[in-house]
Structure formats: structure tokens, C-alpha cells
Design a protein around this ligand. Sequence first.
Ligand SMILES: [Zn+2]
Length: 361
Amino acid sequence: MRVESEPMAAIPTEPIGSIPRPPGLVAALATLPGTDPGLDPLYEEAIRDTIERFEATGSPVVTDGEQRKFHNFWTYCVHGLPNTDAEGFKIPFALGHTRQMPRLTGGPFRYRRYADSYLEAARRYTERPVKQAVISPSALSLMYPAEEIAGYPREEFIRDLLDEHETEVRRCLEKGAYKVQVDFTEGRFAVKVDPSGDLLHSFIDLNNLALSRFSDADRERLAVHTCPGGDLGSTHSAEVDYAELLPSLFELKVGSFYIALAGEKDRRHVLRIIRDHQKPHQRIFVGVISPIDSRLETPEEVRDRVLEAAEYIPVERLGTTDDCGFSPFCDDTSTTRDTAFAKIAARVRGTALASERLGFS
Ligand SMILES: [Zn+2]
């Protein structure tokens, strides 16, 4: 119950994760492997500058901009594994390009690096809460080939995968992540690949197997991000109706959901689905900024999008975010850092304007 002497906190606003890398870092990565120690000064400067610019936007929660995810949000933890080849699962994007992940060629499956190392580096530069994104078990499950690997059955791979994911999330929680966001871009894509919904449901079940290993208190800090993809100005599954995804998505055992909304053709249609299917304990962060739209949103436009969402989602369970990261793949330079931070500043300001309008102090 609201007590007059204790004003309600404003509507929370959080980023998704990635920020375009500085051009010097992108150029260096074109000639050197991402793990080359010679890149360390460039990474450190990129992280320091990213966090400084995040803070300058007024963003209450920051990230390292994924500056050290030197390939992408999807395979950062497995890139360079010796028991893989290049012939893995492909995601085609609407404007014609594809992205491909490595394929597992043998067991055992182990991560090469855990995301808590990024978190640790970021926290050296800020006192603000730092959010950490990790890849979902379901995305990495696509590394296992269609034909069974001799001597390493799929069931054993899934056990190893869940163990590795759990380890990564626990390490992030222990190192003080404000939230650990599981990136689940393949959720909507799964409905495109398999309209029966079977693939999506298998993804939800797999991710819930992992999430079940955490306590209720931990799961309050766990979150899921869904989007139609956002790479080189393009999406991979925007044509899939959210009605096919969101009811299942809300079965995931996490406290917060980050849902791309700004780029949707019919936002109210999506908001109605959220209203009808979200569960009472879930906080919904709706996307109010479109990273793949070169046009800069105004704070007033963001404010109006928040007010629109508040017609469907109780304000005490509403938050705002960007539709996606600004550069989920490291080599995507289609958006500048200046544009990304200007859009984030508009989100922060617009969310504050909406909070005022809704009577938050
Ligand atoms: Zn996304």
C-alpha cells in the first residue's frame, strides 16, 4: 500500500547491453584476434569511456556496452573452442545477411570464458548498478549438430550446457550484478522456424531447467530479453506475431522481462497480449527506443510511449528499456556511439517525464 510520506520510486529504466565499439577498436579487431593482449588498452579505454558516457545520460543502471564481447552477444563464451568448426547454425536477417555460430564437433562442452569477467572490469569504473547480459542455454543448444556426436550424446551435452550456464550466472550474481539478463533473441525466431511452437516450447523448458536451479531471491535478479533481432539495421523475425511468443515467454522463471516494443507495427496489440498473459510478480520493461531506426526519438515521444504502456501494465510493474542492444555484433558500425547515447538519454529523460505525469515524485 502506498504511504504518503514514502513517495513511490520513479519508473525504472535500464539498457539492454551493447554499445557500438569505438572505431579504433573495431579496426584493430579486423587485424588481430580478440584475445590478443595488445588489445587490452583499447578494451579498457572503450569500457571506461562507455561507462562515463552512460553516466552522463543519467542512466540509473549501466553496462560495459559489451566492449569485450569481441564477436557478439551470442557466442562470446564459446568462441575459439578447439572442439568446434565453423559450420554451425545460421540466422538469416531480413535485409539479406546471415550470422552463423560455431558447431560442436566433440565433447565435453565447456565455456571458454564467463561473463562475470566483463562485469568485474566494468565495476572498477562506476559506483552505479551494473547489469550483465549472458546468452541463454537455448541459443547455445543450437551448437549441437543434428546428427549425434559419437561418444558424446546430446543428453550429456545438455547436462554440461546447463552446468556451464549456471556457473556463469552464479558468478555474475556473486560479483554483484544488479541484474543478470538472459538474452533470448532466438525465442521469436523459433516460432518462425517452427510455427507449431514445439521448438519454442523446448527452448522454454530448457531455460527453465537452468532457472530452476536458482532460489526465488536469485530469480528476482534474473531477467530475460526478447526481440526480433537487431543487426546491421535489420531483424530476423519481426513478422512473427508476439501472440505466438509472449504467453510462453511469461512461463520463464525470472523476475523481469525486457520486451522490444518501439519497433512494432501495432504496439497496442502487443500491450494487450502482455496485459492478458503477464503474471503478478513479473516486471515488464517495454522497449521505447528503436536502436535500428536512425531517427532520434524525442523525450516527449518516449513519455507518450510509457503513458500508452501504463494503460495496460500496472505502473508499479512497468519499466522501460531499448528494443535491443545497439550493436549486438561487434562489427556492426551502422549506429554511432553518439547516436546510441543520444537515444539512451532520450529514454532516460522521457521515462522521467512519464513518471512525473503519472504522479511519481
Ligand atoms: Zn535484442
